[in-house]
Design a protein around this ligand. Structure first.
Ligand code: FAD
Length: 500
């Protein structure tokens, strides 16, 4: 007797797999389900003009996606299929394409960013009008939406109990890969009318960036190589992750962002190692849990970023009067360009500007500096990061900025203000990171590099540093700024509300 499962499984003669932020063939939830549910599956990716049209013309993320698509298209082709790549407004394109291809169902992995949800709601409506079903799956998180709740059935807003509940719920089921190669006979080659190469950057109106020169590896091969490299040093992560000059973190953020690695694979390895007592792996797993934590925060509180405008998790923080006007704009520009006169801040901003990456500790320090030393609305920094970070993730970026500005769900208290000089002395003690990004300070002795304005004139002269000329004088006095910030935040000083 033929296996009943197959007959039941193949519900649809033809389906469409819509890749978005899941650019891999292996262990892909929606693709797995599409291949099982359909006799034939056409695959598509759309360079979405609704997102791309407002980006700067040279954007490392667009290049990362394009390079990763070339690999995905080749992988699909060698598995018997292919990838249709379009440059269009996705919400307008999917239903007509599905109709033209004659599919009965569209499959995609979920994306809970408010804009993506709005897009998908429109696509769902257009598909329904055409009698085509739309199936979405969890793929980018281990636990999403309502999967981890308090005992009272409420979403968590504090990380530690969330993490405890997350770990308690985790079992082999949630880490299991979604196999696709065993079902690849359902992959359809690219239909004649859509046969074309993956568009070049030029085809979609973009320019080449320094992604290649930076040797940022793309695609699933790039993700796998980075993970292999990190695997060899994961046990040191707990310590090394604090020092920006060290190769401490995994640099997998951009791969997690575009799905060129599987979160199940990463979390599975980290969990296994942590059960064996690897402290580095346990700490790294915690970071992956932060990612799920912020996903679910945004899913439960879409008002935080709805309409493209960010709002404080604690509404009383929206009463803060931020510094604005011409002087604030000058300070903001100095922060963006790494011209604040505080070497650690300036080196960190040089890192993001030159590479699209910034070390986690530095993200915390520069974010704190912007809102608590310069008194500038954290939302301006959030937007700057959104444009410049290769691994920009709406939920984690919003969460990180709200953490630093103290307006967030599980944020640092408003009176905790990082001192940019002591942070520098502690986490870049020999100034190695600063020297890498600020060659103009390279010759200063270790003790002077964290606060050049305190260096002896002979030290400055010997290092060829002329303050105000070759390197800026500090744009604010930290001690004074601290006092101003405490006054600015006085408006939020009220009994704290207990949170889950
Ligand atoms: C102000 C601010 C803004 C941030 N913006 C983003 C952002 O846009 N996108 C983003 O992915 N992360 C963001 N983070 C979190 C963190 O800084 C980055 O995830 C991390 O530096 C990425 O480098 P990595 O891949 O080498 O990290 P690793 O240290 O190797 O961590 C592995 C992965 O865990 C996740 N992760 C680590 N730390 C956090 C965290 N605190 N919150 C959520 N997820 C985390 C990321 O997916 C990361 O890739 C932000 C943090 C701050 C303070």
């Amino acid at each position: 007797m033929p296996p009943i499962l197959l007959a039941v499984d193949k519900t649809y003669p033809k389906g469409l797999m819509w890749f978005r932020r899941d650019l891999r063939l292996d262990d892909n939830a929606a693709l797995h389900h599409a291949l099982r549910a359909c006799r034939e599956v056409v695959c598509v990716f759309i360079f979405d003009r609704a997102i791309l049209d407002s980006l700067p013309r040279a954007d490392r993320r667009v290049e990362f996606i394009r390079e990763s698509l070339v690999e995905l298209a080749a992988d699909l082709q060698s598995a018997g299929g292919g990838l249709v790549v379009k440059h269009a407004v996705a919400e307008d394109e999917i239903a007509p394409l599905a109709r033209a291809l004659g599919v009965q169902a569209v499959f995609a992995n979920r994306d809970d960013d408010p804009a993506a949800l709005a897009r998908d709601a429109k696509v769902l409506g257009a598909l329904a009008n055409a009698g085509i079903s739309f199936h979405t799956y969890k793929d980018q998180a281990i636990f999403e939406r309502d999967e981890v709740l308090t005992q009272a059935g409420q979403p968590y807003s504090v990380f530690t109990p969330y993490k405890r509940a997350w770990l308690a719920k985790l079992d082999a089921f949630f880490l299991k890969p979604y196999p696709t190669r065993g079902h690849a006979d359902a992959l359809a080659p690219i239909p004649e009318a859509h046969r074309a190469e993956v568009p070049t950057l030029e085809d979609i109106g973009f320019e080449k960036t320094n992604l290649e020169a930076l040797e940022i590896p793309t695609g699933t091969q790039g993700g796998a190589a980075l993970f292999e490299d990190f695997f060899g040093r994961i046990e040191r992560y707990d310590h090394a992750r604090n020092y920006p000059a060290l190769r401490g973190p995994s640099y997998l953020g951009v791969h997690l962002r575009f799905g060129t690695v599987s979160i199940r694979q990463l979390a599975g390895v980290a969990h296994q190692l942590s059960l064996q007592g690897d402290k580095g792996a346990a700490t790294w797993l915690s970071e992956l849990i932060w990612r799920d934590f912020y996903f679910q925060i945004l899913a439960h509180h879409p008002r935080l970023t709805e309409g493209g405008e960010s709002r404080s998790f604690r509404p009383e923080y929206d009463k803060i009067q931020w510094h604005h006007g011409k002087h604030a704009d000058l300070l903001f520009d100095a922060w963006c360009q790494g011209q604040t006169g505080y070497p650690l801040i300036d080196a960190a901003m040089a890192q993001i500007n030159q590479t699209g990456y910034m070390h986690n500790r530095l993200r915390m320090v520069v974010a704190s500096f912007l809102c608590k030393d310069l008194g500038i609305d954290w939302r301006r920094g959030e937007r700057y990061f959104a444009i410049h970070l290769n691994d920009f993730e709406l939920s984690s970026n919003n969460g990180g900025w709200q953490w630093a500005s103290s307006s967030g769900c599980d944020a640092q208290p408003y009176f905790r203000i990082f001192n940019p000089v002591t942070q520098s002395q502690r986490f870049d003690p020999d100034g190695k990171f600063i020297r890498r990004y600020l060659p103009e300070l390279a010759k200063l002795p270790d003790a002077a590099i964290h606060a050049p304005w305190l260096a002896k004139p002979v030290e400055l002269e010997a290092a060829g540093v002329v303050l105000g000329k070759t390197y800026p004088k500090p744009i604010v006095d930290h001690a004074e700024a601290r006092e101003k910030t405490l006054q600015r935040y006085a408006v939020v000083r009220q009994p704290s509300v207990a949170r889950a």
